[in-house]
Design a protein around this ligand. Structure first.
Ligand code: DGL
Length: 272
């Protein structure tokens, strides 16, 4: 009657994936999660495709060794390099990435002028995955992409309300606003943490899409379809956090971003 009580693995290059974890926690607070932040090798957006593929396989192997029943890629950059479908498999465990048809249809649902901004790392943009998904549904949509390179480091440091962050955000957004977008996809998991600043700059004329919410719903469906959801839902699940870099700074920024959900953080050697 307790269903599958094994944990769910989730990973990102740093704190960005916490924006997806908090949505998962709203939908499935009873599940256990193991989160990996590869903070020693952030930013992923500045790496090569080969490096990203090798890092993500190391992390997924680590999560499978901890008996994770499903793996969630809470990083657009990795998803762009790995998945062409809504989900894949890693040694029998389903793998769900944050770029999927759920977030594409959410953007298509809200746009009126069919001019959509995609704001992610250079590697995510270069992967072309958002464009391919979008073209499969409606090839007439115009996408305008912009990299968010230097913002990732500021958000990692917890500088979510600083004047530097605001100035940089404004500079990045200007070219897309000139293209008259009415919808903006936050295609990097770090960006939802500065959603307030972004909305303030783009005004109510632009609707923001955070792929995290639709991805959390997709994860719930994949758990149910594979009959691996936890059946006993009376107790809160446990969350474990592992990082490859400094655990104290992850904890400090993590608590600032998502509160007490981030409790104990351990430094890990991914080959262990
Ligand atoms: N948060 C990651 C993403 O969604 C990337 C940040 C990085 O460059 O490491 O793409």
């Amino acid at each position: 009657m307790s269903g599958d009580t094994r944990p769910i693995g989730i990973f990102d290059s740093g704190v960005g994936g916490l924006s997806l974890l908090r949505e998962l926690d709203v939908l499935m607070p009873y599940e256990d999660f193991i989160y990996v932040g590869d903070t020693a090798r952030i930013p992923y957006g500045a790496k090569t495709e080969q490096q990203i593929i090798s890092y993500s396989h190391e992390i997924m192997d680590f999560l499978r060794r901890r008996d994770c029943k499903m793996i969630i890629i809470a990083c657009n950059t990795v998803t762009g390099m790995l998945t062409e479908r809504d989900h894949l498999e890693c040694e029998g465990a389903p793998v769900v990435g944050i770029i999927n048809y759920g977030c594409i249809t959410a953007a298509l649902y809200v746009t009126y002028n069919f001019r959509i901004g995609i704001w992610g790392t250079q590697l995510t943009i270069d992967s072309g995955l958002y464009k391919r998904y979008m073209d499969n549904i409606d090839p007439t949509v115009r996408l305008f992409a912009q990299p968010c390179t230097d913002l990732v480091a500021l958000i990692e440091q917890g500088a979510i309300g600083s004047p530097d962050t605001r100035d940089l955000t404004e500079n990045y957004l200007r070219p897309m606003l000139r293209e008259d977008i009415d919808t903006l996809v936050l295609a990097c998991t770090h960006l939802p943490f500065i959603r307030g600043i972004i909305q303030d700059i783009v005004t109510a004329a632009v609707t923001l899409i955070d792929p995290a919410r639709r991805t959390a719903v997709l994860c719930m469906k994949v758990l149910t379809d594979n009959r691996i959801a936890r059946a006993d839902r009376c107790e809160l699940g446990r969350k474990q956090f592992y990082v490859t870099g400094d655990p104290d700074s992850f904890k400090e920024t993590g608590r600032l971003l998502v509160g007490r959900m981030v409790d104990r953080v351990e430094k890990v050697d991914l080959s262990s």
